[in-house]
Design a binder for this molecule. Sequence first.
Ligand code: GP9
Ligand code: MN
Length: 637
Amino acid sequence: MFTLKKYLNKNTLLKLTVYALVIGLFWLKMSYIQSNIFSLNVENPNEANILAFNPLSSIFLIFGIGVLLAGRRGMLVSYILGSLLLYVNILFYREYNDFITIPMLNQVANLAGMGGSIQTILEASDIFLFVDVLIAAFFLFYLKPARLSQFTPKRREGFLLAIIAIPLFVINLQWAEEERTDLLERTFDRTMLVKYIGLLNYHVYDAVLQGKTEMKKTLADSNELVPVINYLNEQKTEDSDRLEGVAEGKNVIAISLESTQTFVVDNTLHGEEVTPYFNELKEEGMYFDNFYHQVKQGRTSDSEFLLANSMYPLNRGAVFFTHSGNEYEAMPELLSENGYFTNVMHANDKTFWNRNVMYDSLGYNEFFSKEDYDVTPEKSHGWGYLDEYFFEDSLEKMKEMEEPFYSKMITLTHHYPFTLPEELATIEQGETSSTTLNRYFQTIRYQDEALEQFVEEFKQSELYDDTILLIYGDHFGISENHQKAMGEYLGKEINDYEQFQLQRVPMLIYGKDIPSETNHTVGGQIDLRPTLTNLLGIEDENPVQFGQDLLNEDRREMMITRDGDFANEEYVGIQGVCYDRETGEQVEGQACEEGFQTAQEELSVSDSVIYGDLLRYLDETEMVNTDPTLNKNNKEE
Ligand code: GP9
Ligand code: MN
């Protein structure tokens, strides 16, 4: 019979002591490394507690496997391997300020960089990180119970340890999700993942992600690109030459405005314009008022993906994380080939959204991240470096750049939760039932002022004559959770149609030879690339693009969201329901049927390219497809 007494004899207690000592020792070491060697930005006591707790599940797992495979020797092997893995991460972190990922390991060039400096990142005191291995060996083999052969772990104990890891991990994850919902789905940032689930679990997660990606990729073959290209050819409209090459050879400054939605443009609060500067600027350039964001969980990074590739991001996770190792034919690469110095300016950690890795895949020449800016506590708030300083420093950098350049700037201050030091607020908060929305007005006003200072200084600089600006909102800032408050502000009920229309973000093209006009075409971020390459007069031969030039009057007016909803010239289709785009009235019948079908098809075609990493077959597929003799032969047969 299973009685506690039977199991809690002296022998068992001695055994448990050894287990507890070894597990406790590794726990101590891992906690020390996580809290003292890595900078994980622990923000509150709850996060500190999660961080202290999160090594446990992985420790039970690795020791469980060790015991299962080879008893106490296995336990020591687990201890040594675990320690080595931690140490390799420490070395990597010293060099890259980042954690190892499998795609990162695959990037030989990166590792070569590390190899060159390996001596400089080793520290004499690192030896102390291994002293505990000797102590663990002592516990396992020479401590009295061990010496007297009272510590001989059985396989089933190993199994039990590994099983205990499961509830420990579930507790860890639930606790973490309270702080950060959808932690694993959204895969924000490696630093954040390590903070919440611990370094070893993070590696398991990374391996699972990689396994899934590899599997889909392995199953794909070059034939799959043919239907993609066929589909895109069907959708294609004749190129128009409207404004083609008007900005030939010019620099481009693309400005991604954080959380900026169209509803604030030309709108007021307390009788004051919310974004007075942008309202004015848009009159001097080409402004698009039916332009939508198309992002999903990858938020800013998804908008970057859309801009660079004219492909849809993924429905789950951030493609910047999940498919950074894919082959792309991205716009930065194309511009580089056309003599541009391509770069991104964003004063945040370079690892956020895996940017440091993905930007290489997209072909950017340089990434000016937080470490390239003079970020001090006085000049920071909330998410980090305040926009005014970011703009100021960035313009200085651009003045020194070799021309032509393509710089993409990403602002930061107007980010959820939209807080601002009181002295920087120049408009009163809103008075709706949502404090989030109320604060939103202050941070967007702040961003507007920072933009003003930048654009006005830019106009005075020598860059003005030879540069165009492409300014766009990255995604919504006010989510559906604030519908009621949004309704209070806009003075109307926010139903599904209105909520959909709130996904419009401003888009403005501004520069010396760009005419002033307001363009009402229905479009989205997917259209940015073809629009820009047309203005620059650059031949873009990549056929796998889903967007269309916004200036082409014959374009297919269609904007598809990641949820399979859409807007076209006449209708807006939302979750199977059809609305008149202008009036918002519900339309009965099959009016939206075709639109929904196109949306579904288009998203799955785009997904197949990413999941199958199909662009790696582009060269060979094009050859097959465009060989006229081959087509002729086919016809003759
Ligand atoms: C972080 C910034 C914000 O670097 O781009 O990201 P978001 O949360 O908006 O995707
Ligand atoms: Mn954003």
